[in-house]
Design a protein around this ligand. Structure first.
Ligand code: HEC
Ligand code: HEC
Ligand code: HEC
Ligand code: HEC
Ligand code: HEC
Ligand code: HEC
Ligand code: HEC
Ligand code: HEC
Length: 376
């Protein structure tokens, strides 16, 4: 009963939000209704958020309390505080100016290196590259619930509330109201900062298992992704600065090849393109700029586990398959643009063949090539 009255009072106070982020009259005596004693030592601001929010999202708060963030006084206020002129800011939130979306700009104010690296990646551009897609013009809600759930959307809010279909959105290339691009939480999650979680291939699965990016299935089908070693849990996956050479694991997960430091003295990256010699996800694959250097970077990783004969052979065959697939596609693709469906089918088969080669899945390669040869 008492809770119900309190909730009603909160809703009322929220609804009469003052329209700017100055202290609202009710804030001080509201927080004394509930006194939450957190396991974490917090700033005074965050202590006030916890007093109220503990009665609502207790599971959220418990998961935050286990983090390094909580141990370092990075709490609710430190991440959710907003600039008053940010359209995502909820006005007059009990004396605070807060917002729900926490953007790379906020994370990057403390993690500058990761921010800069991520901002230069194609992950940060994932929405930008498809913003003119006809689906977006035809139906914003279809776009939001399909393409945008992976690629991101341009979020438009007014006084903290959604004005169209674009928010909430958790895609990787989201355009934020504070001008920043992308979304760290697409991989790290909302309130966990566990490296073990983000290093799992499950982080990539939601986005990289479709016809334009069958990477997860291809990896699982390969010797690299086989689970025969999954139970050999001797490694500490939360270790800072993972370097294959120093860790007792033989199974390369996605992050080992695409993110982690390739060798001692190197840094991890948040831009997987730094190690890619091909742009595979297109009708016709092309080399990336400075592809030779990028390939050498990737090979540093392979060297932790393989002899160069093995890796050089791998790249010779990858190149050969990419070139062959391009030739087949060239013959099949209908450049008149009249047959978009057919071209899409050919494109996804071509990607399947190349990603099968990159991620070493014999089944993907053979299925894709067979189907391509059947196309007319
Ligand atoms: C006096 C109580 C109270 C205090 C203090 C308080 N909040 Fe809230 N907050 C609420 C209530 C109630 C809601 C609405 C909950 C819901 O929608 O389920 C809310 C909602 C939110 C939301 C979601 C907004 C949205 O768009 O849905 C965020 C983010 C938030 N609060 C962050 C904070 C932060 C950060 C602090 C501390 C700086 C804080 N709050 C302090 C009561 C409070
Ligand atoms: C390290 C930064 C960080 C900290 C610390 C943090 N949050 Fe969040 N919070 C986020 C991110 C990121 C999201 C996801 C929002 C988005 O989509 O951008 C989020 C989402 C939320 C949501 C919506 C969750 C949902 O599933 O509906 C609430 C409510 C919230 N935070 C409240 C809090 C409260 C209360 C605290 C303090 C215990 C807190 N946050 C601490 C980063 C943070
Ligand atoms: C106010 C500063 C601040 C903000 C904002 C912040 N962090 Fe952190 N973060 C820290 C600190 C301090 C640590 C602990 C570092 C350590 O233990 O060396 C940390 C740790 C982490 C870790 C674990 C690193 C490790 O070595 O185990 C990750 C991952 C992380 N943050 C991601 C994020 C993300 C994603 C966001 C935004 C949603 C964010 N952080 C926002 C300060 C911040
Ligand atoms: C399940 C997540 C997911 C959804 C949903 C999704 N994509 Fe993608 N898309 C991806 C990933 C991952 C890649 C990157 C593949 C790579 O680089 O190997 C990608 C790549 C692309 C590319 C670049 C490749 C190229 O053809 O040049 C385009 C364009 C694209 N997607 C458009 C779309 C459109 C339009 C939609 C909605 C109809 C959509 N995607 C839906 C995950 C998704
Ligand atoms: C929320 C969705 C999402 C998640 C999670 C995600 N990706 Fe992506 N990824 C994309 C999209 C979309 C693209 C295509 C970007 C573009 O080119 O427009 C992409 C592109 C890529 C590329 C190609 C980059 C290039 O320059 O061609 C690599 C490699 C990649 N992702 C690896 C990963 C790995 C490894 C993980 C897991 C640690 C991961 N991604 C998690 C959506 C995601
Ligand atoms: C595509 C998925 C993905 C996205 C998006 C992402 N991260 Fe990470 N992040 C990872 C992976 C994987 C690791 C572990 C790298 C390793 O083992 O070396 C990591 C590690 C980290 C660490 C630990 C230190 C380090 O560099 O290894 C921090 C801090 C961090 N990320 C912050 C961020 C911030 C800030 C953003 C947004 C600007 C962000 N991440 C976006 C996947 C991602
Ligand atoms: C053993 C190392 C290794 C592992 C493990 C690995 N990859 Fe890859 N990945 C590669 C190589 C090599 C390429 C092609 C490199 C090139 O272009 O030179 C590639 C290409 C890709 C591409 C295509 C990029 C493009 O050009 O469009 C995506 C997406 C991708 N990987 C995602 C993943 C995901 C997700 C996982 C985990 C399920 C993963 N990778 C595991 C080595 C690896
Ligand atoms: C962390 C260790 C590790 C890393 C890093 C690694 N591999 Fe492997 N690789 C393995 C293991 C384990 C096998 C399976 C060997 C066996 O069957 O005993 C394997 C198998 C292979 C095979 C044989 C596949 C087959 O189907 O017969 C090739 C080719 C290969 N790796 C290439 C690469 C390339 C190229 C890279 C770098 C892009 C790489 N590997 C990175 C551990 C690794």
């Amino acid at each position: 009963m008492q809770n119900k009255i309190i909730t009603t009072l909160f809703s009322f106070l929220l609804s009469v939000g003052t329209g700017f982020c100055a202290d609202s009259a009710g804030s001080n005596h509201i927080s004394v209704f509930e006194k939450y004693v957190s396991k974490a030592v917090t700033t005074d601001e965050t202590a006030r958020c916890l007093n109220c929010h503990a009665s609502r999202q207790i599971k959220l708060i418990e998961s935050w309390e286990k983090t390094k963030h909580a141990a370092n006084q990075v709490g609710c206020f430190e991440c959710h505080a907003a600039e008053p002129n940010d359209p995502a800011a909820v006005p007059g939130h009990f004396g605070f100016c807060v917002k729900l979306p926490v953007t790379p700009k906020t994370c990057g104010s403390c993690h500058t290196e990761q921010y800069a690296s991520f901002a230069s990646s194609s992950h940060a551009l994932a929405f930008d590259r498809i913003k003119n897609n006809p689906i977006r013009q035809a139906s914003p809600i279809v776009f939001e619930t399909t393409c945008a759930s992976c690629h991101g959307n341009e979020t438009t809010l007014k006084r903290g509330k959604a004005v169209d279909e674009s928010w909430p959105n958790h895609g990787i290339g989201r355009i934020n109201t504070d001008g920043s691009r992308g979304n760290c939480a697409a991989c790290h999650g909302f309130h966990e900062d566990s490296l073990e979680r983000v290093r799992s291939s499950d982080t990539c699965v939601a986005c990289h298992s479709n016809s334009f990016s069958p990477a997860v299935q291809a990896w699982k089908n390969s010797k690299h992704g086989a689970s025969w070693q999954a139970y050999a849990k001797s490694a500490d996956m939360n270790v800072k600065g993972f370097v294959s050479l120093n860790e007792p694991v033989m199974r390369p997960d996605c992050f080992v090849c695409h993110f982690a430091a390739a060798k001692e003295g190197h840094k991890s990256t948040h831009n997987p393109s730094e190690r890619l010699s091909w742009e595979l996800a297109a009708l016709k694959a092309t080399h990336t700029d400075n592809w030779g250097d990028k390939r050498l970077m990737m090979q540093e990783t392979c060297r932790n586990c393989h002899a160069s004969t093995q890796t050089e052979q791998f790249y010779r065959r990858l190149d050969a398959l990419v070139v062959e697939t391009n030739k087949i596609v060239e013959k099949l693709a209908d450049n008149s643009n009249e047959n978009a469906y057919k071209n899409n089918k050919i494109k996804s088969l071509a990607i399947k063949s190349r990603v099968g080669a990159a991620m070493m899945s014999p089944a993907h390669r053979v299925e894709a090539i067979e189907e391509l040869l059947e196309q007319k």
